[in-house]
Design a protein around this ligand. Structure first.
Ligand SMILES: Cc1cc2nc3c(=O)[nH]c(=O)nc-3n(C[C@H](O)[C@H](O)[C@H](O)COP(=O)(O)O)c2cc1C
Length: 327
C-alpha cells in the first residue's frame, strides 16, 4: 500500500496531491480561497452551508460558495437532514461547477445537531446510510462524507461509518480524530483513524486533526497509512503549508518561512480582501487575517495594538512598511 504524498486519480478527477484543506467556517471566505488556490493543495473546500439554504435562499449563502475559474479543483460542503433536499443540493453544487461534494456529518455545534444535521448522523448509522447513498447516486462528481470518530468515547463508530460509506459508493471519508462531545479537547486520535484505513478497500481515508507542521504531516501520514490528510487550523496564516509538506517529503527539511515572505503573503491577502468587501467589512477582515499571519512575531504586542487601532485600509497598508522595518 502506498504511503506519503502522491497524486490521486478518482472518478475521472485528477488531484495533484493527497493534501487537502478543510472547510473552516468564517475563515475560508472568497479572498482566502484566492490565497489557498494560489498554493494548489490537492483539494480544498468551501465552508459548510445548509442544503435547504442553497436551494431556497441562494442569495443569502452565495458568497460562501462563490468560486472562480482558477480555483479548481475545489469541493463544496453542505449539511442537511432531508433526503430530497440533500439530493437537490448536491446536484445544485455539481451544476455550479464544483469538482467534489462533501456531506457534513461532523459538526458538533448544538444548534446544528438540534436540527438533526452534522454530528447527529454519528448516532444514526441507518439514516447516515440512506442520505449518503442518495447523494452519491445523485451526482457524477466524487462525494465524500466528513465525520468525527463517534458521538463520544463509548460510541466510536468511524469504522462502521467507513464501511457504510464504502458500500454506498462514496469516494472518501474525511475523519476528524476526535468525538463530537470532545469538541477540540485532547489530541486527535490518529490510531483510531488508522483502524478505518485497515478496513477500507476502495474508499479513500483522509485523516484530520492537529497537523500544524510538515513533520506532523509526515508522522501522521506514515503512521496511520491514510490515503491523504486534511489540514484545518494549520493553514491559517500559512496557506502554503501544502507545498512545505511536499518539499519536506523530498528534502527532509522543515521549511521556515521568513518574515518578509510571510508579510508579502499577508499584503497580497489584504489586497484580495479590499477588492472583495465593502470598506467597513474589509477593515475588519484585514485585521482578522493580519493577526493570523503575525502570530509568533517578536513584536507582536506592539503590532497587534497598531493593527487593532487602524481605522482605514490605507492605515493598515501603511503598517506593512512599519512592520517590515522592525523585522
Ligand atoms: C473556525 C472553524 C470553522 C470550522 N468550520 C467547519 C466547517 O464549515 N465544516 C467542517 O466540516 N468542519 C469545520 N471545522 C472543523 C475543521 O474542518 C477540522 O475538522 C478541525 O478543525 C480539525 O482539524 P485541524 O486540527 O487541522 O484544525 C471548523 C473548525 C474551525 C476551527
Amino acid at each position: 500500500m502506498k504511503t506519503g504524498i502522491y497524486p490521486l486519480q478518482i472518478q475521472g478527477l485528477s488531484l495533484s496531491s493527497n493534501i487537502f484543506y478543510a472547510p473552516l467556517a468564517g475563515y475560508t471566505d472568497y479572498p482566502t480561497r484566492q490565497m489557498i488556490a494560489s498554493f494548489r493543495p490537492g483539494l480544498f473546500f468551501t465552508e459548510m452551508v445548509r442544503g435547504k439554504a442553497l436551494i431556497e435562499h441562494f442569495e443569502k449563502v452565495k458568497n460562501n460558495i462563490e468560486i472562480e475559474e482558477n480555483m479548481h479543483p475545489v469541493g463544496a460542503q453542505f449539511y442537511e437532514n432531508d433526503i430530497s433536499i440533500a439530493v437537490d443540493a448536491a446536484q445544485f453544487l455539481e451544476n455550479k461547477g464544483f469538482d467534489w461534494v462533501d456531506f457534513n456529518c461532523a459538526c458538533p455545534s448544538p444548534n446544528i445537531v438540534r436540527q438533526k444535521c452534522g454530528a447527529y448522523f454519528l448516532r444514526c448509522p441507518q439514516e447516515f446510510s440512506k442520505i449518503l447513498r442518495a447523494i452519491v447516486l445523485a451526482v457524477k462528481v466524487p462525494v465524500s462524507v466528513k465525520i468525527r470518530l463517534g458521538w463520544d468515547h463509548n460510541s466510536v463508530v468511524a469504522p462502521e461509518l467507513t464501511r457504510i460509506a464504502e458500500d454506498v459508493g462514496a469516494a472518501a471519508v474525511l475523519i476528524h480524530g476526535r468525538t463530537a462531545l470532545q469538541g477540540y479537547r485532547g489530541k486527535a486520535q490518529w490510531e483510531k483513524i488508522a483502524q478505518c484505513v485497515t478496513i477500507s478497500k476502495n474508499i479513500l481515508i483522509i485523516g484530520n486533526g492537529d497537523i500544524f507542521s510538515s513533520q506532523e504531516a509526515k508522522e501522521r501520514l506514515l503512521q496511520s497509512r491514510c490515503h491523504g490528510i486534511l489540514i484545518g487550523r494549520g493553514m491559517l496564516g500559512n496557506y502554503g503549508i501544502c507545498s512545505d509538506i511536499q518539499n519536506f517529503f523530498l528534502k527532509k527539511e522543515e521549511y521556515r518561512r521568513s518574515w518578509p515572505e510571510t508579510l508579502r503573503q499577508m499584503r497580497r491577502h489584504w489586497g484580495y480582501i479590499l477588492d472583495y468587501y465593502p470598506v467597513i467589512s474589509a477593515l475588519k477582515e484585514m485585521k482578522k487575517v493580519g493577526f493570523l499571519y503575525l502570530k509568533g512575531h517578536k513584536d507582536i504586542k506592539k503590532i497587534r495594538k497598531s493593527l487593532a487601532q487602524a481605522n482605514t485600509p490605507s492605515a493598515i497598508f501603511a503598517l506593512y512598511d512599519d512592520i517590515c522595518k522592525i523585522m
